[in-house]
Every structure is written in structure tokens, then in C-alpha cells.
Write a protein that binds this ligand. Structure first.
Ligand code: UDP
Length: 257
């Protein structure tokens, strides 16, 4: 691992959940190499701080299974979800090459076997890659339909014994309401899992939050568009909203991190 001589990261094992949307320009779909490179640079810098990084990539910029609901059963719901999982592999390939163009060593691991394209996900092998200083990219979600890559990220974080699940978003953290629609929306610096679930706060899907709650896995929701935020998050600096077992402490709206 490209460990620096400077201060050590707070989180040594990190699962970073990136939505597919982070690979597109705002308002667009598909893959923008510039956007992927921007994120790849941040991931590489976080890795160079000395953290083991596993990136769970979504596929929403290409397709989500739920968008085919109206055409079921012509396209079965399960089939649509498999299509969504394949979309995450496409994103994984893009991220892998962007990271490697910057000099990183990576492995793309898929929950659905795809020999010739990437490796199968095997927990012990993932650990080995970390030991060898590689950034791992985890694609195809859980490998099973009807859930999202948020749930995959929560499960992988648990089995890889991650210290934190970083959830990258385009806003500064978790708000009491949509900050773009409600000027009185409050940005939380800390929340507990139960509050997220009870108030239906839009963070990750509830299955993922429930899993994190059951295993006391902290989730940090932060704005990846702010340069340096992935490093700050890994170092344990105050950024975004930390979801854990602690009591929630709201801070005034408009406070950015
Ligand atoms: N998906 C699935 N099982 C999984 C993970 C993902 O069936 O374990 C499918 C699901 O249809 C989902 C799509 O893959 O909508 C893309 O993932 P996601 O919606 O999580 O992507 P994101 O919103 O993070 O870009």
C-alpha cells in the first residue's frame, strides 16, 4: 500500500459506496471519463493515506431494475435487476481503467462470475488484494436481485470488517428534508440509525441501514463533489453526517462540510 509518512487515517478499512450517477455529468446519464477520473483521483489519494479501499459501485447511470417494472412480465423483475447488476460491472471497468491510468493497482471483483472480464468476488482474495496494496472495486452488487448496491455495500463492509461505510452523495450529508425544495431543511452532523429509519431520511435503502444498525457499522454520508472530501472522511475529519448508535444532533441548515 502506498502509505504516507504523515498522520494515519482514522479508518484503516473502508468501503466506499459510489452511485452510478457519480460517473455522469449532472443531469446526464452514462459515463463521463472526466467525472470518473475526478473520483478516481480522490480514491487514490485516500488509498495513499494508508487505508484499504473497497469501492462498491452502483449502476443507476446506466439502468436500474425498477425502471422495467411497467414492462413486467415481458421483462421479468428479476431479469431487470440482473441487467442492473451488469450495469455496475460496466462502471467497474471504467473505474478500474481510470484508477490504473493514474498509477493505482486495482482488482475488479464481481459477485456474478464473468471470467475474462473480471475476477469473482471471494472474500479471502479481496483481503489478499488489500494486503498487496491494491484498491478493490466490487461490482454486480450482492449477485442477487431485488436489492440495491447500498445493501451490497453494507454486506461487503461487514464481511471485510470495514471500520466505516462511506456513502458518497452530491449533497453535504443527511438533511431533514430536501434542501433544494425546503430552505428550512436541517443538515445533521450526527444521527442514529433508528432516526434515519423512523423518519425515512433519504440516505441509503432501509435494508442497508438496518444491516449497519444490527452490526453497529458507522455510515458516513458526505459530499464527494468537494475535492478532498474522501481523504477528509478517511482521516476522520468532520465531514458530512455520521450515522452510528449515538444520539442525533441537528445543526442549522446551510452548514456545509
Ligand atoms: N441490483 C440488484 N442486486 C444487487 C445490487 C444491484 O439487483 O445486489 C440491481 C438493481 O436493479 C439496481 C441496479 O442493480 O437498481 C443498479 O444498482 P443501484 O440502483 O444500487 O445503483 P446506484 O443507484 O447506486 O447507481
Amino acid at each position: 500500500m502506498g502509505e504516507s509518512d504523515g498522520p494515519h487515517p482514522k479508518f484503516r478499512r473502508v468501503v466506499l459506496k459510489l452511485s452510478g450517477a457519480s460517473f455522469s455529468r449532472p443531469g446526464e446519464r452514462g459515463i463521463s471519463v472526466d467525472e470518473v477520473l475526478k473520483i478516481a483521483r480522490q480514491i487514490l489519494l485516500a488509498h495513499q493515506l494508508g487505508s484499504h479501499m473497497a469501492v462498491v459501485i452502483g449502476g443507476g447511470n446506466i439502468l436500474r431494475g425498477s425502471q422495467f417494472r411497467t414492462v413486467a412480465p415481458t421483462i421479468h423483475e428479476a431479469t431487470a435487476h440482473y441487467m442492473g447488476m451488469l450495469a455496475t460491472v460496466i462502471n467497474g471497468l471504467a473505474l478500474q481503467d481510470c484508477l490504473e491510468s493514474l498509477g493505482a493497482q486495482t482488482r475488479l471483483m464481481s459477485a456474478i462470475r464473468m471470467d475474462g472480464v473480471c475476477e469473482p468476488y471471494i472474500r479471502r482474495r479481496a483481503w489478499r488484494h488489500w494486503e498487496k496494496g491494491r484498491i478493490i472495486i466490487l461490482a454486480a452488487g450482492t449477485g442477487g436481485p431485488f436489492v440495491t448496491t447500498d445493501t451490497a455495500a453494507a454486506l461487503r463492509a461487514r464481511e471485510l470488517e470495514a471500520d466505516v461505510l462511506l456513502k458518497a452523495t452530491r449533497v453535504d450529508g443527511v438533511y431533514s428534508d430536501d434542501p433544494e425544495k425546503n430552505p428550512h431543511a436541517v443538515l445533521y452532523t450526527e444521527l442514529d440509525y433508528a432516526t434515519v429509519l423512523e423518519n425515512n431520511l433519504r440516505v441509503m435503502d432501509p435494508t442497508a441501514i438496518t444491516h449497519c444498525m444490527e452490526h453497529a457499522l458507522p455510515v458516513l454520508v458526505f459530499n464527494y463533489l468537494k475535492e478532498g472530501n474522501i481523504q477528509r472522511a478517511v482521516m476522520g475529519e468532520r465531514v458530512g453526517t455520521l450515522i452510528s448508535n449515538r444520539v442525533n444532533r441537528p445543526v442549522p441548515a446551510g452548514t456545509s462540510s
